[in-house]
Write a protein that binds this ligand. Structure first.
Ligand code: FES
Length: 159
């Protein structure tokens, strides 16, 4: 076929069909070698993530750092696995408490009232004791589920 009669794609992409499937030994070895290196690197990262990640031992997870929440304030977080809302409250100097943020009545989010030392559900005026999560008033049928709080250095872990 003359160059002049060739279809346009042949001019733009001038590779003969026989050459399209030709892979040299060097290209094949290079491809397999790169694939192996990538697989080894991914495995290494996965193993080290498990070895050095102390944030998830015994079901614990890092919720915050101590300098994030001043005394009398709270922080809303999401459980890293269940994504359930949690409220973490800094009560006094070294005292933190954490509860499910979902009201035990109809799951509305509760918020912290520092002045009254209560967790308040605005939906139907449910009130919980901030020290233990017990129901103080309103329709909630049971206390707020709590989380264990552990402080290590500047990190706050919940479990
Ligand atoms: Fe909280 Fe009803 S949902 S009191």
């Amino acid at each position: 076929m003359k160059k002049k009669d060739e279809p346009h794609y042949k001019k733009v992409f001038p590779i003969e069909q026989q050459e399209e499937h030709k892979v040299s030994r060097r290209q094949f070895i290079s491809f397999v070698g790169m694939g192996s290196l990538i697989a080894i690197a991914l495995s290494w990262f996965k193993v080290n993530e498990k070895l050095f990640n102390s944030e998830n031992k015994n079901g614990e997870f890092k919720a915050a750092t101590t300098n994030e929440i001043p005394v009398g304030k709270s922080k809303n977080i999401s459980h890293p696995e269940t994504h359930k809302p949690i409220i973490l409250i800094h009560l006094t100097q070294d005292n933190y408490v954490a509860y499910s943020q979902s009201c035990t009545h109809l799951m509305c989010p509760v918020h912290y009232n520092n002045t009254k030392q209560q967790l308040v559900c605005p939906c139907h005026e449910g009130y919980f004791d901030v020290k233990n999560g017990d129901v103080l008033k309103g329709p909630p049928p049971k206390p707020l589920p709590s989380y264990d709080v552990r402080i290590q250095g500047k990190n706050i872990y919940l479990g």
